[in-house]
Design a protein around this ligand. Sequence first.
Ligand code: ZN
Length: 155
Amino acid sequence: MVQPARMKRATRAVRIGESRCGLGVFARRRFITGDSIAEIRGKVIADPEYWSAYCIDLGGGAVLEPAAPFRFINHSCQPNCELVDYTRWDDATGAIRHMTRVRAIAPINSGHELTIDYAWPSTCAIPCLCGSERCRGWIVAEASLRELLESIKTN
Ligand SMILES: [Zn+2]
């Protein structure tokens, strides 16, 4: 569940807006490379069979189903953000807490869209409309692109 104080902090950094493909996440201020922008809040689902267009693989058969605003972060083959996983001891619960944060990997001006590389496996690939100079043509992990193109050729 999203805590109001944290939600306020996240929405001060970003806003949801109209993007080239539906909704997207936009910077409300300037970020420099390396800035930790906000934590992605959401629901951890420990089911290896679970899938949604928004979920983030946490490894070990668990996924994070992100809440707004980062539920709407779009893919780019030339992204300006990355997701960083880390764990922290939570004094309140007395347990280790898993967190995923959005970090800037390039300077982002206020009003610009935040994007990440979805890096999907070739079995989940769909055509990419990101429009970046380095667009791979498919939303797929860079390492899986050759495998995807080979499978298209043989089918
Ligand atoms: Zn692309």
